[in-house]
Design a protein around this ligand. Sequence first.
Ligand code: MLT
Length: 249
Amino acid sequence: MLNVTDLGEGTPVFWVHGFPLSSGIFEDQLAIRRVRHIMPDLPGFGQSRAPIGDITIDDYARVVIDLVDHRGLDRAVFAGLSMGGYVCLAIARLAPERMKGLILIDTRETADDAETRNGRFASIEKVKQEGTAPIVEGMLPKMLTAGAPQALRDRVREIMSSASAAGVTAALRAMALRHDSSPLLPGIAVPTLVVVGDQDTITPPADAERMAAAIPQARLVRIRGAAHLSNMEQAEEFNRVVAGFTAAL
Ligand code: MLT
């Protein structure tokens, strides 16, 4: 079973979360008006059941495209954070005709280099032996800036801790084996918003700058005082930028 939040009326926006997170990271975005917010928990994350067997980034993309179909929607905006961005870029390749706009949040277009890929496979073994806690505690300090409020840090830890071990290992493998989306960027023919926290060290501003330069209709926005989860850490500013983008579509 797939858990999906579907709230609001207006331009449909599919919000695709990162790793090892859930749709809970987008709770603050529900405040954006004149938008229909559709927020799935990807398989194995939040309250969605883990995939049976291996899954690819393209499979996650098909899960989202199915949601578009099931709702009888023709086109929608796809907004993906980090791993969710990898998924949205796969949607841009698999179903460009369904895309009305694209929002790439703290993400990158390139595939893993060998070192990162090997690290993912080592992490899979670690999760099999020790569960998801080492991944959660290892990633948490990079999700937010050092000055982020403790309550926000606790919320992010809680969201990360809801991921199942099977979901986490499947996603690590999917990310390790994902396509390089660089060749796709010049052909993206919809308005695109590229957002990045100015202190993001997981997918740094240089990644966002490179994507925005390669996508014809892209606008780049740096969010000050935010790390990887720029939508949570500076929700008000993030929402203002997204609301402007969706209103102009
Ligand atoms: C994420 O936030 O989705 C992950 O950090 C992405 C990644 O590990 O490549």
